[in-house]
Design a protein around this ligand. Structure first.
Ligand code: SF4
Length: 197
């Protein structure tokens, strides 16, 4: 069997800036490629650029950091063999978090934490698998549309509202929406506020 390969845009050590684990150190493994094409995407640099790596190369690079938590992000991780990557990292003792747009139903059962951030379309199976559903909110957001995501809230799955690009008008809208729906939580992009990667 040929070795498993992934196209990796970058691996870096930082602080999680979004969602439930905001403030937690983590190694970010950013896979290359995403076909969703969101206008506001802040990782367009990851659409095409990347180097091909096998599991050993990825593990060796991860081993240089003192932190065992790895956030697999993108790009869009489900556009490559994500289940095999999760297995590889778990076998090496890592705690694995996933950040996905949830468009493609994918086996993420071995992951420790799954964040689904729906964009133009999303698979309902992925919403059901999510630990958090992170919704990017802007002045263009169809607020009635939010109701359909609120239906997926339960003991496991929590809703986070994240103001697009940390714009004040979007922050104000998120605060208003959370006050109306108090089980939701606010996610600002902390890493941008404190000017780190
Ligand atoms: S789904 Fe995410 S990575 Fe893909 S284009 Fe949209 S914002 Fe960018």
């Amino acid at each position: 069997m040929p070795p498993l390969l992934w196209k990796v845009n970058e691996i870096f050590y930082s602080i999680q800036g979004e969602g439930r684990h905001t403030g937690m150190p983590a190694v970010f493994l950013r896979l290359a490629g995403c076909t969703m094409g969101c206008a506001f995407c802040d990782t367009k640099y990851a659409f095409t650029d990347g180097k091909t790596m096998n599991s050993l190369q990825i593990l060796v690079e991860l081993a240089q950091y003192p932190c065992k938590t790895v956030v697999i992000t993108g790009g869009e991780p489900t556009e490559q063999d994500l289940p095999a990557l999760i297995n590889t990292l778990k076998s090496a003792g890592h705690t694995v978090h996933i950040e996905t747009n949830g468009a493609k139903d994918t086996d993420v059962s071995k992951a420790d934490f799954v964040c689904v951030s729906p964009k133009k379309y999303v698979a309902k199976e992925m919403l059901q698998k999510a630990d958090i559903i992170k919704l990017v909110i802007s002045q263009q957001t169809d607020l009635e549309d939010l109701q359909k995501y609120y239906q997926y809230e339960n003991e496991k799955t929590q809703i986070y509202l994240q103001p697009e690009s940390n714009k004040q008008e979007n922050i104000d809208l998120c605060v208003k929406l959370i006050k109306q729906h108090p089980s939701a939580r606010l996610s600002v992009q902390l890493h941008k506020l404190i000017n780190i990667k």
